[in-house]
Design a protein. Structure first.
Length: 206
């Protein structure tokens, strides 16, 4: 069974970053200062208020071609935008959905990709419920380490396993390429397993 698809535009700009990904429902503050991304933001605000955040591949310092970044990414909606006198902007982007790029209709001055939605394959409750419970238990141990005073309330509010998976991946998995692996896993049970494994590997003794 798959989740209902979020309505996404057929095309959207792409911002390529060296270490950041945008998961569904997550909030990402961005400071827009490059000329090409200023133009991208203006385009997005004039259309669907949406753009994608894609991750650069390992060893790449500047994304000069489509081969330099991953093509499964997060599509985000601009929820707030404050423009400064010098032309820069502070933006709050909210993740909407996983998408993949099916070619590019524009390359310069900024990329615009053709988008394909990547809905989650939820699996059965028997598959996801034990993994969600294990993930909650793992994350609750961070409370005793003093990493978040609000983690217990946060975990109790996340009753949907898919939302839990994305929220925990956004908050607790730090390595960008592990996050990309999670982003690309459409099957929810396998995604939960990946998150548990990556958290355990990043925080030995957790």
């Amino acid at each position: 069974m798959s989740t209902p698809e979020v309505q996404i535009p057929t095309e959207a700009p792409v911002m390529v970053l060296p270490s950041a990904l945008l998961f569904p429902n997550a909030l990402m503050p961005l400071f827009i200062f490059e000329a090409r991304y200023r133009a991208m933001l203006d385009w997005a605000l004039a259309h669907d208020r949406a753009f994608c955040v894609a991750l650069m591949k390992p060893g790449v310092t500047e994304a000069k071609s489509p081969d330099d970044f991953y093509h499964t990414a997060g599509l985000g909606m601009v929820r707030a935008c404050v423009k400064c006198k010098d032309g820069t902007s502070n933006v709050m982007l909210q993740g909407l959905a996983r998408v993949s790029f099916d070619g590019f209709v524009q390359i310069a001055p900024f990329r615009i990709a053709k988008l394909v939605s990547v809905p989650s394959v939820l699996g059965t409750e028997a598959q996801t419920a034990p993994l969600a419970a294990e993930l909650r238990a793992l994350c609750k141990r961070f409370r005793s380490k003093g990493l978040s005073d609000n983690i217990e309330a946060f975990l109790f509010k996340m009753t949907d396993p898919e939302m839990l998976a994305d929220a925990v991946a956004h908050s607790f998995v730090h390595d960008p390429f592990r996050r990309q692996e999670i982003m690309e896993e459409a099957r929810l049970p396998q995604r939960l397993e990946l998150i548990i494994r990556h958290i355990e590997e990043e925080t030995p003794g957790s």
